[in-house]
Design a protein around this ligand. Structure first.
Ligand code: SAH
Length: 394
């Protein structure tokens, strides 16, 4: 364990139970922290909190307890069990894919657990929680009893200063896509090679909205990944849904998704292309869709990216807006935590001015209740979804 002594006057955020301790707040350290455990003490040496220690991260410690309790196996089990109780209360029927543990939102900073039917994926997001792997794995097995548990470690690479390293995934083991249900739809998670833990569980509520709106409509699904939005739309009676993604592997999953649900999958509905180029071409050709979904990857991964990200969001939204038929919808999303809800709405407004089109914000919809956000750590809220209705006014 390492004891981190705070600079005088820097204890306020810890006293407010904010779970992130930044390196700049620390005056001195004793011990080596090789076991990934840290104790936080104030300038006078009084204990304040315990947490996971990530020496290579700016967030030196993510805090798990503020009452002196050691974050040991028993505490992890309690937290996981509480997370499980919440899911029991909020998950819709016929849904076996969900986020079972949501990092700070479940008082388990640096740990995600996604369940896909019989398989659970434990993702360790920090160098510190990677060190706790044994305890976290056994707690996950005890509490959630998955048929198979897969562990992904993205912490140390995320902590390191080298930006491109954060893209590196664990070596691919060959696990076929894992089937699960969401609101009765057959879905697949690419747990070994895919994005996130293999699927975007955080868009469940938006998929459901889309399904409810889609009857008889045409849908363009930009940044489609495995095409789950298209599956929801077609299940809701959409007349056609087109997936656009630069990843051929993602589109292959998209085809499998449609087949699994008995939906038609014609080649023309899977477009392997850069979205920016694809939408420019569609705009030039005067195409229109009743519903356009625009759910890009996080354009801002660090603070210095925010300006560039804002330009990217504005460009893609301006183009997407031009593709929406009068009376139609744009679902515009951003999963960049660094772009606030406020800023994102302003960017989208500015895109609509450039597009010369007027849209009304009919609904804001982020992640579902299996992605809780701790009031102690509002930074945990990252997904923004704006349901924009294009009125009859040109
Ligand atoms: N909407 C998806 C998740 C999108 S993740 C869902 O609900 O499941 C972002 C996706 O964008 C990834 O599949 C990635 O391959 C794709 N992508 C990133 N940049 C792209 C670009 N410039 N053009 C096309 N696809 C892109």
């Amino acid at each position: 364990m390492i004891r981190l002594r705070l600079k005088s006057g820097r204890e306020a955020s810890v006293l407010r139970r904010h779970p992130w301790l930044f390196s700049g707040a620390v005056a001195s350290a004793e011990g080596d922290g090789a076991d990934g455990h840290a104790e936080i003490v104030d300038a006078a040496g009084r204990p304040l909190a315990r947490g996971a220690y990530s020496p290579d991260s700016q967030i030196l410690s993510r805090l798990w307890s503020f009452d002196g309790r050691a974050p040991d196996g028993a505490l992890v089990r309690e937290r996981f069990a509480a997370a499980k109780r919440l899911r029991r209360e909020v998950l819709p029927p016929e849904t076996t894919g969900y986020r079972a543990v949501n990092s700070e939102g479940d008082c388990c900073p640096g740990v995600l657990l996604d369940v896909y039917g019989e398989v659970a994926v434990l993702e360790l997001l920090t160098g510190g929680t990677e060190k706790w792997r044994g305890e976290l794995e056994s707690a996950a097995r005890d509490v959630f009893a998955p048929g198979r548990l897969i562990v992904r470690e993205s912490g140390a690479s995320r902590d390191s200063a080298s930006a491109h390293k954060s893209e590196i995934r664990n070596p691919k083991s060959e696990i076929p896509p894992v089937p699960f249900f969401e609101n009765g739809l057959h879905l697949l998670a690419d747990v070994s090679g895919g994005q996130k833990t293999g699927f975007f569980l955080d868009q469940r509520e938006n998929r459901n909205q889309l399904r409810a709106l889609a009857q008889g409509k045409t849908v363009l699904n930009l940044f489609s990944y495995s095409g789950a939005f298209a599956v929801a739309a077609l299940a809701g009676g959409a007349s056609r849904a087109v997936d656009v993604d630069s990843s051929a592997a993602a589109l292959t999953l998209g085809r499998a998704h449609r087949r699994a649900n008995g939906l038609a999958a014609s080649d023309a509905d899977f477009v392997a292309a850069d979205v920016f180029e694809d939408v420019r071409r569609r705009v030039a050709e005067g195409e229109r869709f009743d519903i356009v979904v625009c759910d890009p990857p996080a354009f801002a991964k660090k603070k210095s990216d925010v300006d560039r990200a804002a330009r990217g969001y504005k460009d893609v939204n301006r183009l997407a807006m031009a593709l929406v038929a009068p009376g139609g919808w744009l679902l515009s999303c951003s999963c960049s935590g660094l772009v606030s809800a406020d800023l994102f709405q302003k960017i989208v407004f500015s895109a609509s001015l450039d597009a010369g089109l007027s849209f009304a914000l009919a609904r804001r919809q982020g992640a579902g209740p299996d992605h809780p956000v701790s009031l102690d750590c509002p930074e945990g809220e990252y997904l923004k979804g704006l349901w924009l209705h294009r009125g009859a006014v040109p």
